[in-house]
Design a protein. Structure first.
Ligand SMILES: Nc1ncnc2c1ncn2[C@@H]1O[C@H](COP(=O)(O)OP(=O)(O)OP(=O)(O)O)[C@@H](O)[C@H]1O
Ligand SMILES: [Mg+2]
Length: 311
């Protein structure tokens, strides 16, 4: 399961999803990485990564701090080049189709005193150059303004943010801010959604709610979603597959294929134990931190944590 050039398993989801997609989009995978390697600062972050993600798949990107999860999203955005291998995103080289990608970066903090309203955050996702028809003339401009307002309203409805969309963003809770930012990322009707730790800082109820929202977007709108997370458990009911990064390599497959003692032990290079609780939660015991992990969060010294944490 640990991906390598010989691992064909990563393609299975893509084939399945290409089969059920059929909404006028190319039947090629939404994302393809082949023998992909990234080097940063003279160090290999990961290598030999094979991923093929189908349209409408919800895929969690898991692994310890410093494993290269955010780097993977940066590669797909064309912001970080591969040092080896190939990457295709929505049928083109990374960077070429960014207008079709919704991106939620990691660590989004609104300082207190940020008086911009929630609705303005969503509106920011719609900049004229990438959305709607560039039409000159006052009458047509106002038609365009109406279309923008309708789209903003639709997005706010979609994420269930109607109640607080007119409040200043610094008065919205973390979960409310997260929904508004997801609405912003959806503004251009993306075919691919890259969400870097969208569940970070949310309570369990909001983790479940945001996950269900993202799953509905993936399924109903055929949007491929890569969601970086530290705990796979809130995602388990909704996930199609996981990309687990650790030890400079990746394992790709369903959670029950990848989050196993043998696969994670092979990935980390030390004995790692995966326990299943009675309620189906997965707990990884003994996973070391990544060699260069900074341990910003999840300081679980005994190495036991919800599966996927690792750091
Ligand atoms: N521009 C850069 N130059 C050198 N090293 C970098 C650069 N950007 C990231 N790195 C290193 O690459 C590694 C992977 O970073 P990345 O942010 O992808 O990790 P991550 O898995 O997202 O971690 P976290 O869970 O903490 O967010 C880290 O060790 C980081 O320090
Ligand atoms: Mg990160």
């Amino acid at each position: 399961m640990v991906s390598g050039r010989e691992d064909a398993r990563a393609g299975q989801g893509a084939e399945r999803d290409a089969g059920r997609g059929g909404q006028g989009r190319a039947r090629t995978p939404a994302i393809e990485l082949h023998d992909a390697q990234v080097r940063l600062g003279g160090r290999t972050i990961w290598s030999g990564v094979e991923v093929a993600a189908g349209h409408g798949e919800l895929i969690a990107v898991l692994g310890p701090n410093g494993a290269g999860k955010s780097t993977l999203l940066q590669v797909l955005l064309g912001a970080v080049p591969l040092s080896r291998g190939t990457a295709t995103v929505l049928g083109s080289p990374p960077g070429a189709r960014d207008a079709r990608i919704g991106f939620l970066p990691q660590r989004r903090v609104f300082d207190s005193g940020t008086r911009i309203r929630g609705i303005d955050i969503v509106r920011l996702g719609l900049d004229g150059s990438r959305w709607g028809m560039p039409v000159p003339g006052a009458a047509r401009l106002s038609a365009r303004a109406r279309a923008r307002a309708a789209r903003v309203s639709e997005l706010i409805e979609m994420v269930g943010a109607r109640e607080y969309a007119n409040r200043p963003i610094d008065e919205c809770s973390g979960g409310e801010q997260q929904r508004l930012l997801i609405a912003q990322a959806l503004a251009h009707r993306p075919e691919l959604l890259l969400l870097d730790e969208p569940l970070d800082g949310l309570d369990l109820t909001n983790q479940a709610a945001v996950t269900a929202l993202v799953k509905a977007i993936a399924t109903e709108r055929n949007v491929t979603v890569l969601l970086v997370a530290h705990d796979v458990n809130p995602l388990l009911p909704h996930l199609d597959r996981v990309i687990y990064l650790a030890g400079g390599r990746a394992a790709v497959g369903t959670p029950s294929e990848v989050i196993t003692s043998p696969t994670l032990s092979a990935l980390y290079g030390v004995d790692v134990e995966v326990l299943r609780t009675g309620s189906g939660r997965m707990v990884v015991v003994g996973a070391p931190e990544a060699p260069h992990a900074h341990g910003r969060r999840h300081p679980l010294a005994d190495g036991a944590h919800g599966a996927g944490a690792g750091g």
